[in-house]
Ligand binder design. Structure first.
Ligand SMILES: Nc1ncnc2c1ncn2[C@@H]1O[C@H](COP(=O)(O)OP(=O)(O)OP(=O)(O)O)[C@@H](O)[C@H]1O
Length: 251
C-alpha cells in the first residue's frame, strides 16, 4: 500500500469534562474518498476542524504527505494542499460566483499577482476561477451574484472555492446538507468527478451518497473510531448497526 496522504495519530479534543474526539487514529490513502460517519454529536465536525487546523488538538498529531503539520496554522496547511471547503457563510453574496472563486485564487497565489498589470491580473485570476466553476458544473452561472444562487448551487460554489486553493486533499463537511433531491444528485455527481483527481475526506449524513461514493468509511461514535472499512463491510458490521439506533438508516 502507498504511504498515506493524511495520517491522524491519537487525536484528542475535550471541552472541560466532555471528551469530543478521543484517541482518533486513521489514515487516508492518496486518491481515496474516505467518509467519516457517526451519530449527531459524535465529534465529526470537531475532527475536521482539528485536521484543517481551525482548532488545535489537546494531544495527538496530524501528518500530511509525510510531514507533521500539527503545529501549523490553517493557512499554512492550505498552502501545503490540505484544504477545507468553505462554508456558505463565507460566500460574499453581492459578488458574482466567478468573483468569489477569483478571490480564493488570489489568496492562494498571494503576492505573485503584484507583478501583473490590471488587465492581465484579471485574466490570470478569472481563467483558473472559471475552470474551478466548470469542474463543479457552475460555469453557466459564473456572472450571477452568489446571493441569488440556489442553495445547491451555493454548495457547489463552496466546492469551487475549495478547488481554487489547489488542494491535494479536500475536507468536506456535509456538502449535501439542506439540498433537495435534484440538487443533491448534482453535488454527488460533482463529487464523483472530483474523486478521480483528488483525495477527499467527507463527512455526510446522507448514507446513500456515502455508500455510493466512498472507498472506505470510518465510523465515529462518542469521539472514537469504532470501525474503518469498505462500505459493504461497514454496512454489515453489527457494532456499527447498533451504534445507529435507527438501523434503517444504514440499509
Ligand atoms: N466549542 C465547543 N464548546 C463546547 N462543546 C462543544 C464545542 N464544539 C462542539 N462541542 C460539543 O462536542 C460534541 C461534538 O460536536 P460536533 O459538532 O463535532 O459533532 P458532529 O458529529 O459533527 O455532530 P453533527 O452530526 O450533529 O453535526 C457535541 O456534544 C457538541 O455540543
Amino acid at each position: 500500500m502507498a504511504d498515506p496522504l493524511l495520517e491522524l495519530r491519537h487525536l484528542r479534543k475535550a471541552y472541560g469534562a466532555l471528551v469530543v474526539t478521543d484517541d482518533v487514529s486513521l489514515s487516508v490513502q492518496p486518491g481515496e474518498l474516505h467518509a467519516i460517519i457517526g451519530p449527531n454529536g459524535a465529534g465529526k465536525t470537531t475532527l475536521i476542524h482539528q485536521i484543517s487546523g481551525t482548532l488545535s488538538s489537546d494531544s495527538g498529531s496530524v501528518l500530511f504527505a509525510g510531514e507533521d503539520v500539527t503545529g501549523l496554522s490553517m493557512p499554512q496547511r492550505v498552502g501545503r494542499g490540505l484544504a477545507r471547503s468553505f462554508q456558505i457563510t463565507s460566500i460574499l453574496p453581492a459578488f458574482s460566483a466567478l468573483e468569489n472563486v477569483a478571490l480564493a485564487v488570489q489568496a492562494r497565489a498571494g503576492s505573485s499577482f503584484r507583478f501583473f498589470g490590471n488587465a492581465s491580473q484579471e485574466k490570470a485570476l478569472n481563467e483558473p476561477a472559471m475552470d474551478c466553476l466548470a469542474q463543479v458544473g457552475l460555469a453557466a452561472r459564473a456572472h450571477i451574484p452568489a446571493g441569488l444562487l440556489s442553495h445547491g448551487e451555493k454548495r457547489q460554489l463552496e466546492l469551487a472555492i475549495g478547488l481554487a486553493t489547489e488542494p491535494r486533499l479536500l475536507l468536506l463537511d456535509e456538502p449535501l446538507a439542506g439540498t433537495g433531491h435534484d440538487e443533491s444528485q448534482r453535488v454527488v455527481e460533482t463529487l464523483r468527478r472530483l474523486k478521480s483527481r483528488l483525495t477527499i475526506v467527507l463527512i455526510e449524513h446522507d448514507m446513500d451518497a456515502v455508500f455510493s461514493l466512498a472507498d472506505r468509511v470510518s465510523v465515529l461514535v462518542y469521539g472514537r473510531v469504532i470501525a474503518t472499512d469498505t462500505p459493504e463491510r461497514i454496512r454489515a458490521n453489527p457494532e456499527v448497526r447498533a451504534a445507529y439506533l435507527g438501523e434503517e438508516e444504514m440499509v
